[in-house]
Design a protein around this ligand. Structure first.
Ligand code: RTP
Ligand code: MG
Length: 148
């Protein structure tokens, strides 16, 4: 089953949005298989956002993502990578539709509440960057037979 890496960014944690965000993915039918509250080092931040190195917003992005605890998660389910991105909304909350996480809770592109992997390759890369295999729990969820 497909897996993705999602992370409530420091602004989302400080604003008390962790529960709300977890709840949206749970209600959708996805399965939480790993999660932790953690502080990101600048090394991990630079590695995670390596694709943006050299861009004008790179330094402020690294400063922001290391500025307070984040809530890192791995979610599993059919088409979870693309569906989670849809549920998050566009990168800039001003373009994100109401009903999406960024559309409902964000105002500026620098503090857009949540991160989500954008492809199979980035999901695999980001999951292994943030989680050990022992931290990911494979389990059967009774409700799954009412979803699939
Ligand atoms: P993320 O990686 O955080 O899930 O966001 P994303 O895929 O929707 O957007 P991406 O292009 O990967 O950009 C990563 C983060 O960099 C910040 N950003 N700032 N000032 C700007 O023009 C600008 N562009 C991007 C955003 O916080 C974005 O989430
Ligand atoms: Mg991205």
């Amino acid at each position: 089953m497909e897996k993705t890496f999602l992370m409530v960014k420091p602004d989302g944690v400080q604003r008390g949005l962790v529960g709300e965000i977890v709840s949206r993915f749970e209600k959708k039918g996805f399965k939480l298989i790993g999660s932790k509250l953690m502080t990101i080092s600048s090394e991990l931040a630079s590695e995670h956002y390596a694709e943006h190195e050299g861009k004008p917003f790179f330094n402020s992005l690294v400063t922001f993502i290391t500025s307070g605890p984040v809530f890192a998660m791995v979610w599993e389910g059919e088409n979870v990578i693309a569906t989670a991105r849809q549920m998050m909304g566009k990168t800039n909350p001003q373009d994100a539709l109401p009903g999406t996480i960024r559309g409902d809770y964000g105002l500026t592109v620098g503090k857009n509440v949540i991160h989500g992997s954008d492809s199979t390759e980035s999901a695999e890369r980001e999951i292994s960057l943030f989680f050990n295999t022992e931290e990911l729990i494979e389990y059967k969820k009774d409700g799954d037979s009412w979803i699939y």
